[in-house]
Design a protein around this ligand. Structure first.
Ligand code: SF4
Length: 90
């Protein structure tokens, strides 16, 4: 869990955006293990950001979510991704 998660959890309407650059994914599966609420593996061997919308300008997938303990697992996904395909933005 991200070290700031307890602080974020106290702010009920704290919104963050998880951003996924699918072109970088090497299909290790780690994000789906640590954050199954948001990540799963596709038949092509790469990760899928569940409910992710493609940003046509950046060609990356994005989901805005309210920070909670469970959803904070996205920070774990950021940490475990070996190719830095996942980032968090506020
Ligand atoms: S952790 Fe990164 S490289 Fe591994 S499956 Fe997820 S997005 Fe792809």
């Amino acid at each position: 869990m991200h070290k700031l998660a307890p602080i974020f959890a106290q702010i009920s309407e704290f919104l963050m955006k998880v951003v996924y650059d699918r072109k970088k994914c090497i299909g290790c599966g780690s994000c789906a293990v640590v954050c199954a609420d948001f990540w799963e593996m596709a038949k092509d061997g790469k990760a899928i950001l569940k409910k992710g919308k493609l940003n046509q300008k950046t060609t990356k997938y994005e989901v805005v979510f309210e920070w909670t303990d469970e959803r904070g697992c996205n920070s774990d996904a950021v940490d475990v991704c070996p190719v830095k395909a996942i980032t968090l933005e506020d």
